[in-house]
Design a protein around this ligand. Structure first.
Ligand code: SF4
Ligand code: MG
Length: 281
């Protein structure tokens, strides 16, 4: 067991759902390392927000990017060195607001990276403004009378965009979250896991999720229509039950391999690095 902790002081609010995600990702990295994945091949990429502090608390290679821009550096890192396991952490404002176009194109390309969205349905770090997944009527700093917009269903967009692994977990169901994150990271192709992560300070949804969340059973993740039906069962707004689990899976060629096969990319990476180093010496 590798100690993946750091000396950074944890500044998340007590009870924040981010703690469960931190615990899950550390456990998964440890399991993958025990199964032979070199720890130096793991790279975490974050955007900006409460979620982003996760890279301060996990002792692996990481890249702190700009708000909404997790996917571009994650894509670049993967193309530059396809041996790496590149895992992007984003918030919901980060991924589904500023960064939605990047997610769509990552899904369309089927680049072999994993997007983990800490979906607390508010902008937590900036004190509770509404995001694309806040429900209609949500009252926050920017919408004191309640937002008039309907929330979007990001997983439906991901399915339509070509994502080859789509799952949803919650910060309240740690065992299934760990299992799904491991499956998503192992998946060859673009994987996204939307995590309903409770923000205790600005949008405490523990009771709401406790009453409605259930684990998918007898679901065929290779069936597109079944996946669409389950993804649509709860629209981030209505008072319906909320399925969690792997909605969709598909095997498809991955971008970085097609990119190389077409004559692009780096065929002699080590030689090129040696050449660059010899010039700078
Ligand atoms: Fe967590 Fe919300 Fe506190 Fe941010 S503001 S650390 S999301 S509880
Ligand atoms: Mg958020």
């Amino acid at each position: 067991m590798i100690d993946l902790g750091t000396n950074a002081k944890n500044t998340w609010c007590t009870g924040c759902g981010n703690f469960a995600i931190l615990s899950a990702i550390k456990a998964v990295i440890n399991e993958l390392a025990a199964e032979g994945l070199p720890i130096e091949n793991v790279v975490l990429v974050t955007g900006i927000g409460c979620h982003a502090k996760i890279v301060d608390y996990v002792n692996v290679n990481s890249f702190y990017s700009l708000h909404g821009r997790v996917i571009p550096p994650a894509t670049g890192i993967k193309i530059a060195n396809p041996h790496l396991k590149v895992i992007g952490h984003s918030g919901d404002g980060d991924a589904y607001g500023e960064g939605i176009e990047h997610l769509i194109f990552a899904a369309k390309r089927n680049i072999d990276i994993t997007a983990i969205v800490h979906n607390n349905r508010v902008y937590g770090l900036t004190t509770g403004q509404y995001t694309p997944t806040s429900p209609e009527g949500y009252k926050g700093r920017s919408t004191p009378s309640g937002t008039k917009e309907m929330p979007m269903n990001p997983l439906e967009i991901m399915l339509a965009s070509g994502a080859t692994f789509i799952g949803r977990g919650t910060s309240g169901a740690l065992a299934s979250l760990k299992k799904m994150l491991k499956e998503a990271i192992a998946h060859k192709g673009f994987s996204i896991v939307d995590i309903l992560q409770t923000c205790v300070t600005y949008y405490n949804m523990y009771d709401y999720y406790d009453k409605r969340v259930y684990e998918l059973k007898d679901h065929d993740p290779y069936n597109y229509d079944q996946a669409l039906g389950k993804i649509r069962e709860w629209d981030y707004n209505k008072d319906a039950n909320i399925p969690i689990g792997v909605f969709y899976k598909k095997e498809s060629p991955v971008f970085e391999e097609s990119f190389k096969a077409s004559g692009n990319g780096d065929h002699n990476r080590d030689d090129i690095i040696k050449k660059i180093l010899s010039k700078s010496a």
